[in-house]
Design a protein around this ligand. Structure first.
Ligand code: FAD
Length: 420
């Protein structure tokens, strides 16, 4: 079964007929995959896209979540005007969102689904289980989880943070069978419904948006929740000021990721970030946007949910259906949820080991080294989204980065498609 708009699909088929050749395969149908395909299809390039449309936003985010980003930083990249979140809202008779209106997750999912119908057409829901080099390079063999196999001229990896969830090893001891929603330790990405923890004692470990919003949702679902934060204090975003006077705008210019000169510069010039020395880029990657909570979340956490700062989990032990945590400070006996991601290409199990080995890494990291068009050192293999952030800066961790990435990836990937 495919998810498509029939009339549009027919138009794409007509366009593809002219080009022929092996398709570009895009793995993942989130904001980056959909945006890349929108540009490829507009150019009449044969392409197949696999995955569930907006799958992460439907299954790896808890019900009731809001986006941290503002409406004008949440557009997918369309090949023509008319595909912005504000266009979607207007066409559906929905009120305009402002900087002061947090976007509910389900609005963003509906926007992504609308974008897919309007600009993408067919999305095949199968998961990609294997990508390997084809019999003659360049070219790839792509294996699907339903057993089918196809060949591709180029492959674009747009799988977001899937497979990259990180749980510190001292916590993993709590779940020898594997972390997950039913286990003693889980990652926030394992949950779409936190109400399962009603009445239970939960420690949330982390001080970023995911941790703080999960804590608020757990508290509102009547769990007894405590947040354990490594840093000395929790950072909160500042309330947006839509009409700031010009001296303030000059002192702290606005950008899709917040205010300030550093953020404005890295958002304006991801290509410039790529040309920085690797060490400077990694520093930027780690420091430019530290963990913080959205301004609109503050009232739901501060003074409401107990937050312990300057505390690390040094040891964790299972004791029946609870976890005993040793902290830097007095511990407790609790079930818990942990958070965080580690960006590395080795976690992409669907890439054949030989292919992964062929991907040159950013020095000092496990993320792929990328050309200015997001191509790895394996010709025809592209990587977008969060995994591109150590090259192009923090913008790639967010939907706002699709505007820079999608057209570039599409233009370059198209050159591998040659008419038969
Ligand atoms: C809790 C949370 C909140 C966030 N809030 C924001 C926010 O407010 N604003 C913002 O800009 N960003 C936010 N982000 C970051 C967000 O993940 C990205 O901005 C955005 O989703 C990136 O899009 P993507 O297409 O790269 O990845 P995703 O949206 O994760 O899409 C990847 C897709 O690939 C699919 N997939 C994975 N593996 C395979 C496979 N083998 N075969 C087929 N399909 C596969 C997945 O199912 C998924 O649909 C948030 C992230 C988290 C975890």
């Amino acid at each position: 079964m495919t998810q498509s708009l029939p009339g549009q699909h027919a138009a794409y088929e007509r366009a593809f007929g002219g080009r022929g050749g092996l398709p570009v395969v895009v793995v993942g149908a989130g904001p980056y995959g959909l945006s890349v395909v929108a540009h490829l299809r507009a150019a009449g390039v044969p392409v197949r896209i696999f995955g569930e449309v907006m799958g992460s936003w439907r299954h790896a985010m808890a019900t009731g979540m809001f986006l941290k980003s503002t409406p004008d930083a949440t557009d997918l990249s369309a090949p023509e005007p008319g595909g912005r979140l504000s266009d979607f809202r207007r066409l559906h008779g929905e009120s305009e969102l402002t900087e002061l209106t947090p976007i509910p997750c389900d609005v963003f999912v509906r926007y992504g689904q609308w974008f897919q119908k309007r600009y993408v057409g067919d999305v095949e829901p199968a998961r990609v289980a294997r990508v390997d080099r084809g019999p003659s390079a360049p070219g790839f063999v792509v294996g699907l989880d339903d057993g089918r196999q196809l060949t591709a001229a180029a492959v674009v990896v747009a799988t977001g943070l899937n497979g990259l969830a990180y749980i510190p090893k001292e916590l993993l001891r709590l779940a020898p069978e594997g972390a997950g929603a039913g286990a003693l330790v889980s990652h926030t990405s394992h949950h779409s419904d936190l109400s399962r923890y009603a009445g239970q004692r939960i420690a949330v470990i982390g001080g970023g948006q995911s941790a703080l919003e999960s804590a608020a949702l757990l508290h509102e679902a009547e769990a007894h929740v405590q947040v354990l934060v490594r840093e000395r204090s929790v950072r909160w975003g500042s309330v947006p000021q839509p009409n700031r006077p010009w001296p303030q705008r000059l002192a702290r210019p606005a950008s899709p990721l917040g205010t300030g000169w550093t953020l404005a510069a890295v958002c304006r010039a991801p290509g410039g970030v790529r040309r920085l020395p690797a060490a400077a880029r990694l520093l930027l990657f780690r420091r430019a946007l530290g963990p913080s909570g959205g301004w609109w979340l503050r009232d739901r956490v501060e003074g409401v949910v107990p937050v312990r700062t300057s505390c690390r989990v040094t040891r964790a032990e299972a004791s029946g259906s609870t976890a005993r945590l040793e902290l830097t400070g007095p511990g407790g006996s609790e079930r818990l949820a942990a958070t965080g991601y580690r960006l590395g290409i080795d976690a992409l199990a669907f890439l054949a080991p030989a292919l992964r080995r062929g991907v040159v890494r950013v020095p000092g990291s496990k993320a792929p080294q990328l050309t200015s068009t997001f191509e790895t050192s394996v010709p025809g293999l592209y990587v977008t989204g969060s995994l591109a952030a150590p090259m192009f800066g923090p913008m790639m961790r967010f939907v706002a980065g699709t505007e820079y990435a999608a057209a570039r990836v599409a233009r370059d990937a198209a050159r591998w498609v040659v008419a038969p």
